[in-house]
Ligand binder design. Sequence first.
Ligand code: BG6
Length: 513
Amino acid sequence: MAQTETAPLASTQPVGKVADPCVMVIFGASGDLTRRKLIPALYNLARAKLLSHEFAVVGIARRPMSTDDYRKKVTEDMKQFATGDVDPDLWEWFVRRMYYMSGNFDDPQTYPNLKDLLTKIDQEHSTRGNYFYYLATAPDAFGTIVENLAEHGLMQQDNNHWRRVIIEKPFGHDLESARALNQQLLKVADEKQIYRIDHYLGKETVQNILALRFANGIFEPIWNRRYIDHVQISVAETVGVEGRGGYYDTAGALRDMVPNHIMQLITLTAMEPPVSFRADAVRDEQSKILHAIQPLSAEDVLTRTVRGQYGEGVIAGQRVPAYRAEPGVPPDSRTETFVAMKLQIDNWRWADVPVYLRTGKRMPVRNTHIVIQFRRAPFVLFRDTPVENLMPNQLVLHIQPEEGISLRFAAKAPGALMRLGTVDMNFEYADYFGMQPSTGYERLLHDCMIGDQTLFQRADMVEAGWCVVSPLLDVWKALPPRNFPNYASGTWGPRDADELLERDGRRWRNFEK
Ligand code: BG6
């Protein structure tokens, strides 16, 4: 089937570089990630004219299925998971580039079969031997797949073609296993071929942290210990474990969210200006922050960290079960579903500025935000104003579901007297840029196709993230919690998390809407 036609809807110009001709191979093609995110994201890239006309997808999974049946299945899935209307002509163009191959990842025969199929696709679609492999599989398959790909020449690059691999989290289970996995991968592939994905970096509002800080002259001069009192990062979710009890119970909130997603938020907020936006320039600065996070001693773990597990409760009027009653979770589980901690970054910019972070399941609202709280103004001029009416300035970066930035400051309340109130100045993305329906994976997939690693984790960054949480893993293992469940679903976590800030004379900012 020779494909000579171009993608339809070519009336407007693409915004960005059109990707190289290539084949995307998805290991774990029958899974949730593929149908919910990857395929809709590829379609969105095609719609944005960022995919090459010489493009194809190979899905691999265990289950036997023909390519025709796979095409029918993804067409059905798109009815549910597309982020907007699907143009029938463009979809037809797209789906004709999809292939399916059944295979076991640990069966050596899978790889020669894949090689044959890729050679055939190269001939039919002129994809030129450029391949990227997306490992949407269980993490214990990562090493085996990459080793097998290498053994069959499928990781080998030269001047005429490239080979890359995208790896989903979890990247290891602790520092030791992350190191072992890095070593295993780096034996058969170059760091430049490895794209460790963190879907938080696909979020527009996360990328906007860099734009806010480094495309504006007004923030950097005050972005330091002279003006900033502390930083709060909250990642609150209303969902429970969403049928993933088996995985989650072996991971817990700390592993699931902190060394990866929350570390991204910390590094982008705290890093020094990079010398350029080249991948390694940005990642070097992120890496320095990870290394500057003060390691927690065993005593710090006891005094500066909090863990929690949800009991039953009510969220948005709905009664929800306790964590221990979720499918796949043992009834006496001691796995945490909430974590909070106070970290310090030991460098000139941030010395003595605490960074408080918290994340939890079954919170009252879904809300991710970063609060930069500035030092208070001296109150001399407003002696008669009660201090509680003069809230400190806060710059809040709203990551999701609200997407925007707000600044809290004091203003005079109208009237004959000098009375002060606190007001918020708000910017919302949607007001300025409209809503761009996206899965959050478009940018990351496109970056891989054009060879830009800026938004992917380097080996040293992954390991440094694990170093930060290692002391907690060790101490918590040695001292299992005795009071779980210790927060009701629909609340902001255990009381200890509030005390963590109250002890320092501070308070979490909760956004209830
Ligand atoms: C995943 C975690 O990496 O991120 C989930 O495994 C979590 O437990 C999810 O719910 C949160 O992602 P988002 O994009 O909904 O904030």
